[in-house]
Design a protein around this ligand. Sequence first.
Ligand code: ADP
Ligand code: MG
Ligand code: MG
Length: 250
Amino acid sequence: MLEVKDLHVTVEGSEILKGLSLTVNVGEVHAIMGPNGAGKSTLSAVIAGKDGYEVTQGSITFEGRDVLEMAIEERAQAGMLMGFQYPVEIPGVKNVYLLKAALNAQRAARGEGEIPAPEFMKLVKEKIAQMKMDASFLQRAVNEGFSGGEKKRNEILQMLVLQPKLAMLDEIDSGLDIDAMRIVADGVNSLRDPERAILLVTHYQRLLDYVEPDVVHVLVDGRIVKSGDKNLALELESRGYDWVVEDSAA
Ligand code: ADP
Ligand code: MG
Ligand code: MG
């Protein structure tokens, strides 16, 4: 589904990704782990098409299409969605309108008409209940005054409504207490689907106790230096990242 080959990316003149390769098959959950500053967020941002990243070498393909030739909206419409790809706060724009606009843009790209209002409300109410969010969230401006945990839930809500083919979630566990993390993890688990892939960027292993990845990658200094199964995450938790770096240098 997603194939990243020898990707080199520069941000403001310095090289952040230095030959990163990654293959994600449909139906799989991949965790990207690694120390702070390794380039994890840069990777999902480049795949989603955010501004400010210069690809100097390498390729990204999604379902056989050249992603680097696609504009950010085309990528979203092709089914690649990053959590809060849409701005973190949008003063004055209600959550419910953003969700509806994003869903209708997706439908339009597939040649479908707008979702009927009752159908939309039914869908959103079901998902908001699933995330244990209060219905009043829908009427609030996007993320304005939301706590960290509320933003993360809102991010998963967006995914549950939009149902992307490739869901990219960056540090969705950061700053969450254990109850909020379970809700977020349950939301991610309900996104699991044979027709979907999930890329979970996380610094800590904790989330992976709840969302079991098929593949774990360790990203260090702009490259994936080791990949393995979920046991690799447990090993990182107990041994840290240094041994991976030493092993990969050897
Ligand atoms: P991670 O998510 O693994 O912590 P990031 O992808 O956020 O790492 O960042 C990787 C490196 O790129 C860091 O050294 C960071 O300071 C740098 N970086 C990321 N974004 C920018 C930016 N917009 N401008 C300058 N440097 C950046
Ligand atoms: Mg960082
Ligand atoms: Mg990051």
